[in-house]
Design a protein around this ligand. Sequence first.
Ligand SMILES: Nc1nc2c(c(=O)[nH]1)N[C@H]1C(S)=C(S)[C@@H](COP(=O)(O)O)O[C@H]1N2
Ligand SMILES: [Mo]
Length: 319
Amino acid sequence: MAHEPEDPSVQKELPRRTFLRNATLFAGTVAGLGGGLELLSRRPGAAAEGTLPGAVTPAARPLGPYDVKDPITPYAQATSYNNFYEFGIDKADPARMAGSLHTRPWTVRLDGEVRKPQTVDIDTLQSWFPLEDRIYRMRCVEGWSMVMPWLGFPLAALIRRMEPTSKAKYVQFTALYDPKQFPGQRGNVLDWPYVEGLRLDEALHPLAFMAVGLQGRVLPGQNGAPLRLAVPWKYGFKSIKSVVRITLTEKQPHTTWSLAAPDEYGFYANVNPAVDHPRWSQATERRIGDLGRRKTLPFNGYADQVAHLYTGLDLRRNF
Ligand SMILES: Nc1nc2c(c(=O)[nH]1)N[C@H]1C(S)=C(S)[C@@H](COP(=O)(O)O)O[C@H]1N2
Ligand SMILES: [Mo]
């Protein structure tokens, strides 16, 4: 199984996608999540509970150093056009199926090369950090992109709290494995559970973020509730959803897409318009909501902030 190119000119037999088909389904998913109002009310400048649907427009606050100025992708589109293969391979499957995912109670295992391995409840984990807003670009390897207003905390804050040993060089993330909740896991379209990884210095970069909310609301199931990674300078598949385990490792961890197709998806997966996917160009992308295509930027436009992490690394070989 592989990603599909987004540009219909690449594979003409692909059906045209309808983006708004399931736009009305997200409301039930959001309302059903426990802990959500508490989470939102702890957020500085959060909207009152009553305004939950259509709440805080992140653009209404001053932009911070980690925000992009691009117009944000409408919530209805960001929550109805998704890749989340645990729910199915169609872009509409996650929104349609997300009601089967129960995100409370939920625990996250923090282990590996750390001083004190532990299993922590998601609400406790969230309470460790002040929640921040981040407006990030998200560029899928298939050639489409969105602008996502996340709510969450820097991954670095969590890793510091885990107290890495001197052997820790990488971070491995594991998503939930539960075929009862994830219909896609009843088949073997990918090896389950979905796993991802970062080098420790990448994970400690201030842009690497753990999201628990989207556009001022509790993260919907289809976007990776209750906890998902957001690494905006890498292709979207690195940003693993519905995380249950974070493990510090000495060796480079396995990652789902590079196991599935090692010649197509590398460990680094930095957005790079100069390195084409074997089956399509990565030079351009379509911003969801736009008609035309735009140029893809090196490191998804975050080169000034992250390029230094890769000095001396051949980005063609380490794609
Ligand atoms: N657990 C899990 N995480 C995942 C995926 C997945 O199939 N399973 N898909 C990835 C891909 S390919 C992309 S593009 C993004 C999409 O995130 P979004 O739906 O919130 O835009 O999630 C990533 N995280
Ligand atoms: Mo993707």
